[in-house]
Every structure is written in structure tokens, then in C-alpha cells.
Design a protein around this ligand. Structure first.
Ligand code: GAR
Length: 220
């Protein structure tokens, strides 16, 4: 491994097919970087196995642990626990694992608040996220189902995915890579989802390459 490879920390919550695309393209040399750690918000995420198979160390950082014993109605203490979860995530990355060149959210299903974003900004660590919808459309959860539904109802004529910089407004940061797919009338949601995922696996690699090459260019 050449010394000059950029370090990447990947945040996941589930299957990890996008993590796999990153692993494969780091290995092939297309991405000028190395995944130094994978953090999962779920202990059951299959992406953890993908990381282990590629000899990448992993950490599980679960929100459930922070909410344990706090009733749903106790909004004040839930909010405090949520903030501590994000703060501890930033401490884990910056103080324990070591500051990476880039953080990639590849199917990370939790909103990252200022408790996490501010320390990362202060440390000058860029964060990018994959979202399965086009800029300005279907922010938040279940974006694939919602955009498929809108397509089938004739409200939109395309769907897609994007890689964008992460800011506090959910899925609203500056887009880096946008991939569009046309709506196909009568298509099942599963087939639509498969077409989105195929685009995601390309987009996440392109977005990661773009950020890392940008960092390399800045240093020249
Ligand atoms: C992807 O479809 C990604 O766009 C989505 O989670 C999936 C993760 O798949 N992310 C979001 O919806 C974030 N708002 P993977 O675990 O197989 O990479």
C-alpha cells in the first residue's frame, strides 16, 4: 500500500452494497484512498461482514444504547441522548480512530446533527452522503418508495440518486454527483430500486474519487 493513499471512514447501517463498491474500487486503485475503518449504527448490518472480509476494522455505534431506559415521552432526555450519540461519534472518529481525510455515509440511516458536524468542520474533514433521490426531491427516509410512487402517478418523470456534501439540513448539501433514471410506467418498486442501486454503486465511487482528487490537487 503506497503511503500517499487518503484515509476514508465509511458510515453504514445495513447491507453495505455501497460499502462493497468502495472496497472493490479502493482495491483496484480507482479510488486513491484506503478505508481505514467502518462504523455501523447497527450490530446486525451485513456491511460489517463485508468490512471484516476485506480486513477493515469496524465499530458498532448504536443509538439504542443511548436511548436505553429513557421513555419515548421523555423528549428532553431523548434529545440529550441523541446529542451525546452524535458527540461521541465525532470523538470516536477524531480522537480514537484518528482524523480521516474523508467520511463517506454509505447507507447511514441516521441524521447527523451539529454535535457531529461542527467538530468535523473544525477539523476540516469533508463528509459526503449517498441519497437515493435527486437534489431537492424526496429528502429523508423511504425516498426510493416515494419517488417510485410519484413516478407511477405521473407527478415526476425521473428518479435517481446523488452524492452530496453533508450539512445540517437533511439531504440538502451541495450535490457532487447526480445520476438520473427515467420513470418506466408499470415498473415494480423492486425493479425501480434495482436500477437506483446500480447507479448508486457508480455514483459513490465517482463522488469519493472527486473529493480525494480535489484534496490531492489542493496540496500540489
Ligand atoms: C442506499 O439505497 C442508500 O441510498 C440509502 O440506503 C441504501 C443503502 O444500501 N440511503 C439513504 O436512504 C440515506 N438517506 P447499502 O447498505 O446496500 O449500501
Amino acid at each position: 500500500m503506497p503511503e500517499n493513499k487518503r484515509s476514508i471512514i465509511v458510515l453504514i447501517s445495513g447491507n453495505g452494497t455501497n460499502l462493497q463498491a468502495l472496497i472493490d474500487n479502493c482495491k483496484s486503485g480507482k479510488i486513491p484512498g484506503k478505508i481505514t475503518h467502518v462504523i455501523s449504527s447497527s450490530a446486525k448490518a451485513y456491511g460489517l461482514e463485508r468490512a471484516s472480509k476485506a480486513d477493515i476494522p469496524t465499530t458498532v455505534h448504536r443509538l439504542y444504547t443511548y436511548y436505553k431506559g429513557i421513555p419515548r415521552e421523555d423528549k428532553k432526555n431523548r434529545a440529550k441522548a441523541r446529542a451525546k450519540f452524535d458527540k461521541d461519534l465525532s470523538t470516536l472518529i477524531l480522537n480514537k480512530l484518528g482524523k480521516p481525510d474523508l467520511i463517506v455515509c454509505a447507507g447511514w440511516m441516521l441524521i447527523l446533527s451539529s454535535e457531529f458536524l461542527k467538530p468535523m468542520e473544525a477539523a476540516d474533514v469533508p463528509i459526503i452522503n449517498l441519497h437515493p433521490a435527486l437534489p431537492g426531491a424526496f429528502e429523508g427516509t423511504h425516498a426510493i418508495e416515494r419517488s417510485w410512487d410519484a413516478g407511477q402517478k405521473g407527478i415526476v418523470n425521473k428518479g435517481g440518486c446523488m452524492i452530496h456534501y453533508v450539512i445540517e439540513q437533511v439531504d440538502r448539501g451541495k450535490p457532487l454527483i447526480v445520476k438520473e433514471i427515467p420513470v418506466i410506467k408499470g415498473e415494480t418498486v423492486d425493479d425501480f430500486e434495482a436500477r437506483i442501486h446500480a447507479q448508486e454503486h457508480v455514483a459513490i465511487v465517482e463522488g469519493t474519487v472527486e473529493v480525494l482528487e480535489g484534496l490531492n490537487a489542493q496540496e500540489k
